[in-house]
Ligand binder design. Structure first.
Ligand code: 3PG
Ligand code: CO
Length: 525
């Protein structure tokens, strides 16, 4: 094993895009990143589509699949693909869980809660359609949809497209014996889909509209969206919660004897609401007021170690031979740090969706608490605070492999605010200079990369030259940088290199043998 520590920096959402149009990465003043790119061995690697286990190369990358690939050195079929296959083969509907869900609510209601879009990061509307259709075929009489509006993995004001699509779909199915409709909803960054316990109040707000039917009432979801847009001008992800009601009565509260399916497949933003429905009596994150006796299931199991949730429709990928597990075998001391918004990315996602450590003695994880603010207001986020602590860890000499994630390019990129995102990228660059100095002080090696693009494309591509510029809030299909500083190595330049080639590269730099299951190292031998 090498005596030289290796530090890996994930610049979340910082991809490579040759065009300057809406490119906040190019626009940013980032002398350190530019200098590293100009003077150090570097290459470009894939972070989207098949290279990270998504159904097709039309699927943009995301942090879950990106960190999974980085941290396990292999390409696994991911939730999006597994659920597709499970639905296509019909296996999902042969599971005991599906049967129990249906049988449980023959006299009650089947509720489908989740992100209503075709973003394919957390969910896909086609999965929801398949569930509704099969529920009807299996004799369920009442279906209610609790629709979280996206605008973050899809265009920022596209909610009405998906609402119309699902309402038309349900209208076709509705008849004398079956009735499906939307019962509640709201923007995904306002209700229900918090992650890593950054803001439980979001989940509480979701509980009130979905379960208790408490909130501003509207006759339809489209009326809610249009009214809020007129009143506040907010984009979809920030729309307030709403309840659909008829004659003042909510059309779909969640009651004893109902079944509830969270149709999101991705885990980070699914865990808290799952705990609220499915946790034990000790649940104390907020006052649920009323706890209906329902059968609850997730599209996937979001954390297999912690059994969240107990019931699920699709087995998650069993990610084996992770980098952490392998490094622990060699006694390598590891350190992971980020702020709340991405803390689970460098721990849970990195380790193949595991919350537990492999070896308590060898691993230290540090979370810097994120601000609960719109990130365009504080685009620097906690980058400086992360760096203060990270640099001390590097210089302590207590760790051999250290990793961090700077969320700025992604979290600010998702707001669609170009100027703020430029500042976000510049903030990361400032901190990169400090990390580089700390790495120099211990004669270490620095790897700089990213999990997917976002800040590199802040405007929607124009269909016509004279079309107005429209902000883009979602990730991109672009490649990401991979730079090695402080090691005299030559890097491959193959077209097909991707995030799953990084684990073996880290092992190379630490001078330990890569696991035989991993994709090859990026270093030329
Ligand atoms: C989110 O959950 O914020 C977005 O859907 C995806 O962003 P991430 O993959 O970068 O976390
Ligand atoms: Co993102």
């Amino acid at each position: 094993m090498s005596k030289r520590p290796v530090v890996l920096v994930v610049m979340d959402g910082v991809g490579i895009n040759a065009s300057e149009f809406g490119n906040a990465v190019k626009k940013a003043y980032k002398p350190t990143l530019d200098e590293l790119w100009a003077n150090c061995p570097h290459t470009e690697i894939k972070a989207h589509g098949l290279a990270v286990g998504l159904p097709s190369d039309g699927d943009m990358g995301n942090s879950e699949v990106g960190h999974n690939a980085l941290g396990c050195g292999q390409i696994y079929s991911q939730g999006a693909k597994l659920v597709n296959e499970n639905i296509e083969t019909g296996e999902i509907f042969k599971t005991e869980t599906w049967e129990a869900l249906v049988n449980n609510c023959k006299e009650g209601t089947m509720h489908f809660l989740g992100l209503l879009s075709d973003g394919n990061v957390h969910s896909h509307i086609n999965h929801l359609k398949a569930l509704i259709k099969k529920a009807k075929e299996d004799g369920v009489k009442e279906v209610r949809i609790h629709a979280l509006l996206d605008g973050r993995d899809v265009p920022e004001t596209s909610a009405l497209i998906y609402i119309e699509d699902i309402e038309n779909y349900m209208a076709e199915l509705n008849d004398d014996n079956f009735h499906a409709c939307i019962a509640s909803g709201g923007g995904r960054m306002t209700i229900t889909m918090d992650r890593y316990e950054a803001n439980w109040a979001m989940v509480e707000k979701g509980w009130h509209v979905h379960v208790l039917g408490e909130g501003r009432q509207f006759a339809s979801a489209s009326e809610a969206v249009e009214t809020f847009r007129d009143e506040t001008g907010v984009i979809d992800q920030d729309l307030p919660g709403f309840v659909i009601a008829k004659d003042g009565k909510p059309v779909g509260t969640i009651e004893d004897g109902d079944s509830v399916v969270l149709f999101n497949f991705r885990g980070d933003r699914a865990q808290e609401i799952s705990l609220a429905f499915d946790g034990d009596d000790s649940f104390d994150k907020f006052d649920r007021v009323r706890m209906p006796k329902v059968m609850y299931a997730g599209m996937l199991q979001y954390d297999a170690d912690l059994n969240i949730p107990h019931n699920f429709l699709t087995y998650p990928p069993k990610i084996k031979y992770t980098l952490t597990e392998e490094l622990c075998k060699h006694g390598i001391r590891e350190y992971a740090i980020s702020e709340t918004q991405k803390y689970g990315h460098v721990t849970y996602f990195w380790n193949g969706n595991r919350s537990e450590k492999f070896d308590e003695k060898l691993e230290d994880y540090v979370e810097i608490t994120s601000d609960v603010v719109p990130f365009e207001q504080r685009p620097w986020m906690k980058s400086a605070e992360i760096t203060d602590v990270l640099c001390a860890a590097i210089e302590s000499g207590n760790y051999d492999f250290l990793r961090t994630n700077y969320p700025n390019g992604d979290m600010v990129g998702h707001t669609g605010n170009f100027e703020a995102t430029v500042i976000g990228v510049e903030s990361v660059d400032l901190q990169l200079a400090r990390v580089k100095k700390a790495v120099d002080a211990v004669n270490g090696i620095l790897i700089v990369t990213a999990d997917h693009g976002n800040a590199d494309e802040m405007y929607e591509k124009k269909k016509k030259e004279d079309a107005p510029v429209k902000s883009k809030t979602s990730h991109t299909l672009n490649k990401v940088p991979f730079i090695v500083y402080g090691a005299d190595v030559e890097l491959k330049q193959d077209e097909d290199l991707g995030l799953s080639n990084v684990a073996a590269t880290v092992a190379d730099l630490l001078e330990v043998a890569p696991n035989e299951h991993w994709n090859t190292s990026i270093i030329k031998k």
